[in-house]
Write a protein that binds this ligand. Sequence first.
Ligand SMILES: NC(=O)c1ccc[n+]([C@@H]2O[C@H](COP(=O)([O-])OP(=O)(O)OC[C@H]3O[C@@H](n4cnc5c(N)ncnc54)[C@H](O)[C@@H]3O)[C@@H](O)[C@H]2O)c1
Length: 438
Amino acid sequence: MRLSKHSPQIINPMSENSFHPQQARIGIIGLGYVGLPLATVFAEAGYRVLGFDVSRAVCDGINAGHSHIKDIPTPRLAPLVEQGLVEATTDFERLAECTAISICVPTPLNKIKDPDLSYVVAATEAIAPRLRSGQLIILESTTYPGTTRDLMLPILEKTGMKVGVDFFLCFSPERVDPGNERWHTKNTPKVLGGITSACKDVGMALYAQVFDRMVPVENTEAAELVKVYENTFRMINIALANELSMVCDKLGISVWKVIDAAATKPFGFMKFTPGPGLGGHCIPLDPHYLSWKMRNLSFKTRMIELASEINAEMPEYTVNKVALALNEQGLSLKGSRVLILGIAYKKDIDDLRESPALDIIRILQERGAEVLYHDPYCPVIADDGHTEIPYLPLHSTPLSDELFQQCHAVVVVTDHSGLDYQGIAAKSKAMVDTRGVV
Ligand SMILES: NC(=O)c1ccc[n+]([C@@H]2O[C@H](COP(=O)([O-])OP(=O)(O)OC[C@H]3O[C@@H](n4cnc5c(N)ncnc54)[C@H](O)[C@@H]3O)[C@@H](O)[C@H]2O)c1
């Protein structure tokens, strides 16, 4: 029988050469902030990558050589597509072509902050009917300890195939930090755990080909917990910095100078800074995965609850500071014009997910202020039916001396590079600086 172009290759992953770029084909499900960089790293190591996404627009864009992810510029992606090393498809039948499949789909929280694993389930259910002997499946999406074993494994074993024997299942958390020029997908150490030790060995055999440093851990639960612990550590320390900023306001001391001075201690201290609230797809959400899991085991994660509470107060705290600044001018929020500088959740990126700027704008509008914003990375806040901001769409306003004169207060929410914050402060009637740039 002649194999067609799309026929599965029969590969024994335990054999030495099976993960050789000439032989292996890597499937990536979900081609967003995590999946596209991962696809790129594999392709740059010489692997043929087949990306799967439910969005036709995402696939069409990638197949045309265009990147929709800022960390992967189009000139980096286009040659890989041209050489046939990266291809994207919405045809999940083609999962059978892959030697290994990494899953990079979203893991959001629902309205009551419980994990929404429907995307992981959908991806696993897409794999199950096409699962073939020897395939390696690796979940990359952030989730609570136990997801890979309790949720994915039963779906895959329903096929009658046995994990660690017929197929291999691992968890390896993505640690990508969008916009970080020093640490990126390839050079950030990669943690990996398997359902069985054979799974871990197979997972390591592939990932060690492309990542600079692998960190194998005991099992999938340990790997899942590593990721949520890292982000919980960050979330709790940001909460402490936020509380310190409130303490400093009461004491009339500059929080920035206190933190900078503390950071001169060469041991036992790590610098975290306060801000307008948490943002992004990870830090505000991931700790809730752990607290949800532990609630099911009748354990209360008190540090997480308290830190979340403090961080969640920051947008309102920022608006109250704006109200105080207006008060100095004999004005109220109602009827005042407020300019927000930066709305992405952190500097120099275009990601608006969970951005505290959206909460700040909502509260300002609810209290009757007219809100304008400037963000070179985010030209519009559209009404997508989910946002609770009363008056949308809003468009980024070009900066001018006239604009600063027309606004009663300017709020630095995201400290994108390239703005002359000192100059803007000098031209503004009042400035609230949540990032310590002035
Ligand atoms: N963005 C980050 O900085 C970051 C960092 C570390 C970990 N993570 C984690 O990685 C995971 C993915 O996050 P992301 O930021 O890449 O998300 P994203 O929204 O940028 O991308 C997800 C992609 O998956 C696609 N998708 C959704 N359901 C699908 C399905 N059933 N089959 C195929 N494709 C599907 C979407 O169309 C989208 O293109 C999440 O669990 C996240 O917590 C994200």
